[in-house]
Design a protein around this ligand. Structure first.
Ligand code: BGC
Length: 248
């Protein structure tokens, strides 16, 4: 079965039909730049462009980089336009896509759902935490494969700061940190999360998962196993489509 997945990120809106048996894209994905400012209207137009590129007419799953309740309503917007807050995103996208059935899921939760079924978390029981390091830090917490949605662990306080402001991939770039220096910050962040949740496995996602050799060897003293995500840039698209399939 194929369902369309769209991943809405700070820099790009990416989408493709997803083969749900393989947990992979059925066709090469289409990407448009995220409009700036990323207002609801402008983003909805970008989503429409991506979906129409494939002439898609079935259900669509979307991710959003903030808290999403009930598969529909946006509650936070740390790194996107504040006009999103309290918006019924399902209604907005559904209307813009000509009435296609739509479901919306937090971006890290979507990546986690995909990794737990088809990637680094496959067949893993117990507590597993996926963290995405990008513009912000996203989190997806699983217990025996079941998601606890909207955990927002990227906003834990770390040394008096919002953790994602110190340890996201954007912080590394903005402050021009060496991989080793940044790994040290990530280590402190992981130690904090571990103190709170004692997961058995950390899955490190986001764009940096492709470069895990540059920083994972510098991370020490964490008891949980730490592995890079396997689906890399497509995890959000796949997870969004999986959720849309489940929503029926
Ligand atoms: C948001 C999360 C999101 C993460 C990654 C954070 O700033 O609050 O909801 O998952 O960024 O995009």
């Amino acid at each position: 079965m194929h369902i369309f997945g769209v991943d809405i990120g700070g820099s790009g809106i990416k989408g493709a039909p997803v083969d749900l048996d393989r947990g992979d894209l059925a066709e090469e994905r289409c990407k448009v730049l995220t409009p700036q400012p990323a207002t609801p209207d402008a983003v909805a137009d970008g989503v429409k462009q991506v979906v129409e590129h494939f002439g898609w007419t079935g259900p669509v799953g979307l991710t959003f980089p903030g808290v999403v309740t009930g598969g529909a309503t946006i509650r936070t917007a740390a790194n996107v336009d504040k006009a999103w807050i309290d918006m019924d995103a399902r209604a907005l996208f559904g209307e813009r896509l000509g009435g296609l059935p739509v479901t919306v899921l937090n971006d890290a939760d979507a990546a986690g759902v995909a990794e737990m079924s088809f990637g680094a978390g496959r067949d893993r029981r117990g507590p597993v935490i996926l963290l995405t390091f990008g513009t912000g830090i996203g989190s997806a917490v699983f217990v025996d494969g079941v998601l606890v949605p909207n955990t927002e662990l990227g906003h834990l306080e770390l040394h008096g700061h919002d953790a994602e402001k110190r340890a996201s991939s954007k912080a590394r770039e903005d402050e021009d940190l060496s991989w080793e220096h940044w790994a040290h910050r990530v280590q402190k962040y992981l130690a904090h999360v571990e103190m709170l949740f004692s997961p058995e496995l950390f899955i490190i996602g986001g764009g940096v998962s492709r470069k895990s050799q540059k920083f994972l060897p510098h991370i020490e003293g964490i008891k949980a196993e730490i592995v890079p995500a396997q689906l890399q840039n497509n995890a959000g698209i796949v997870g969004a489509a999986m959720r849309a399939a489940k929503a029926g």
